[in-house]
Ligand binder design. Sequence first.
Ligand code: SF4
Length: 106
Amino acid sequence: AHVVCDPCINCTDTACVAVCPVDCFRVGPNFLVIDPDECIDCAVCVPECPEEAIFHEDDVPEGQEEFIALNAELSKKWPSITRQRPRPADADKWHGVPNKRQYLKT
Ligand code: SF4
């Protein structure tokens, strides 16, 4: 499956959700995740993300491995999101900020 990683936190652009053919994105307070049981690994969401936050589970960057389990866990409790929405007002402020895991709201 594909995995949403650290760069999405506090950005949640949602361009990804508009292109997913199987609607497997879920949304929380300040992060998106992919349900690994529904993702078909088509990879069309990858280039849509302006934060470059989405990776195949085999290519998750070093230090972000915990996001594989976080996507699996949080996708079971968060609601589906299938339509793009406006970026948060402060999303640009968080663009490129490393190690945002500490800000993740679950
Ligand atoms: Fe959806 Fe394809 Fe991205 Fe998986 S890889 S989340 S199926 S768009």
